[in-house]
Ligand binder design. Structure first.
Ligand SMILES: Cc1cc2nc3c(=O)[nH]c(=O)nc-3n(C[C@H](O)[C@H](O)[C@H](O)COP(=O)(O)OP(=O)(O)OC[C@H]3O[C@@H](n4cnc5c(N)ncnc54)[C@H](O)[C@@H]3O)c2cc1C
Length: 471
């Protein structure tokens, strides 16, 4: 970055609060008291992010008489569910391209189930009046390099071949008519497949609905160990135990209580900035009347969107993998990444020079080698888990919740019949191989971005093996 640009980027960050904008809200509810003593229930849900809350909510909707307890080690929504970009996508497969690559025979079904899942989120939000700023705006994939424009054109043709409606190719002029940046060469608009929402307000709304349905929620209550207990399972917590017939684990990137699940995911830290609210003139200089979410099409990509009060969330770089896969809250703040992100923001929107960022934060994404969730059971089918959403879990976690409940019910459903549900990703190797492989992949992806998308031998080999690294 040129010295002037670096100075502008640094100045824009001088007042940024080092917390997720979404969680820094006076409406944040007070945490529920921790569990003290023993509890018994039909279903114990571990984890108070979207996965856990959707599981508890849907369990109650399927059977209101079921006694459900949810424990959360910290506070509901403090982790990925309260820090993400708020892009709530229909895709269950981390995008159509990844889904087609891995499950070509069932892509039609996966797309239809994903669309139904997003409709169900919209319907639940409306039915329970969850004020999470849900806007079904759609999303535009933006090309900023000529080879990306060709790829988007090809993708548009592919969606038409597959009979997927709602996609539209935007040439440069139409793209800049939607959202104006001198770097935009064109885009692919997905009109129906993505909604924007306020991530933390969705968590808090789901929590309130769960409480209203009779779910007993205990926060600051980490599950420490799973042990067999009679026909069911017991989970030990610092001040008590929960005895349950069934257990659902919505614990994302945190060490799974089922140890054999751990090698399937690695934490990848992803970062976001939020601007102060734009003035009417600033907003007019960008356009953005239809308020879609945007993502650029590079391997190392940015995602950006408007908030309800017309701030711009600008997220993406860097995808940081900590050696050993250790979770480290020190990585939530990474000034060198914030500087890079701010510089890239002003390069994209030079007309917003002088805008300042109010918040800067990061969080861990549960990356798995196939970029989309995997599912399974343990303890003779009495414990179910869903993890590995890899940066596209805002919508897909609701589907994961349904799969966990299907698996615990022991009854086959159209979801449990899917190859995607029945198969597992390749686990990550132990260190130092995981670190070396991930670093080599990251460097190769950066090189591909700067060399017209050309994938080197390493990336082509990974592609052939169906392995990858993404956020
Ligand atoms: C910076 C960032 C941006 C992102 N942007 C997007 C986006 O725009 N769109 C999108 O679709 N996805 C995005 N994601 C991913 C998305 O946020 C996640 O896929 C989703 O929130 C996962 O929800 P979850 O409930 O499975 O996990 P989490 O929200 O991580 O919740 C898991 C919870 O389980 C609790 N827990 C773990 N272990 C235990 C235990 N033993 N006992 C008790 N509690 C436990 C944790 O404390 C935590 O609260 C992003 C993620 C990040 C970090």
């Amino acid at each position: 970055m040129a010295p002037d640009a670096m100075r502008e980027a640094a100045r824009s960050l001088s007042d940024a609060r080092p917390v997720s904008y979404w969680l820094d809200d006076p409406g944040k509810p007070v945490a529920r008291p921790a569990l003290t003593g023993d509890e018994r229930c039909d279903l114990l849900v571990v984890g108070g992010g979207y996965s856990g809350l959707w599981t508890a909510l849907i369990a109650k909707e399927r059977d209101p008489g079921r006694d459900v307890v949810l424990i959360e080690g910290d506070e509901a929504g403090w982790a990925a569910s309260g820090r993400n970009g708020g892009f709530c996508a229909a895709s269950l497969t981390h995008g159509l391209a990844n889904g087609l690559e891995r499950w070509p025979d069932e892509i039609g079904k996966l797309e239809a189930l994903g669309a139904r899942n997003l409709d169900a989120i919209e319907e639940t939000v409306a039915r329970h009046s969850i004020d999470c700023e849900f806007e079904r705006t759609g999303e535009i994939d933006v090309a900023t390099q000529p080879h990306q424009l060709d790829e988007l054109r090809e993708w548009h043709a592919r969606t038409e071949e597959l009979g997927l409606g709602g996609f539209e190719f935007l040439d440069r002029e139409r793209m800049r008519g939607e959202v104006d940046s001198p770097t935009f060469l064109g885009g692919l608009l997905d009109r129906r497949g993505v909604a924007m929402l306020h991530p933390a307000k969705l968590v808090w709304g789901l929590k309130e609905v769960c409480l209203g349905l009779g779910v007993r929620i205990f926060e600051h209550t980490p599950g420490l160990a799973l042990v067999r207990s009679g026909a069911g399972t017991a989970v030990r917590t610092p001040y008590g135990r929960v005895f349950a017939r069934d257990v659902a684990l919505g614990t994302n990137i945190f060490p799974s209580l089922v140890k054999r699940v751990r090698p399937y995911t690695v934490p990848v830290y992803d970062y976001a900035l939020m601007t102060e609210p734009l003035t009417a003139d600033q907003l007019a200089s960008v356009g953005w009347r239809n308020r879609q979410g945007l993502g650029d099409s590079a391997n190392q990509f940015h995602y950006f969107r408007l908030s309800a009060d017309n701030r711009i969330l600008w997220g993406g770089y860097d995808a940081v993998y900590p050696y050993g896969g250790r979770l480290d809250s020190a990585l939530d703040q990474r000034p060198e990444t914030f500087l890079k992100l701010a510089g890239q923001f002003f390069a994209c929107f030079p007309q917003l020079s002088g805008v300042r960022f109010s918040h800067a934060w990061g969080g861990a994404i549960d990356t798995c080698s196939r970029f989309s969730a995997f599912f399974g059971t343990a303890h003779r089918g009495r414990v179910a888990y869903a993890a590995g959403f890899t940066g596209l879990g805002v919508g897909a976690t609701r589907f994961g919740a349904e799969v966990m409940l299907d698996l615990l019910s022991g009854r086959g459903t159209e979801r449990t019949a899917l190859a995607m549900v029945r198969s597992k990703p390749m686990p990550f190797p132990p260190e130092p191989f995981a670190w070396a492989g991930i670093e080599l992949t990251k460097r190769s992806l950066a090189r591909a971005d700067s060399q017209g998308g050309h994938r080197n031998l390493w990336l082509r080999t990974m592609d052939r093996l169906g392995l990858g690294f993404d956020s």
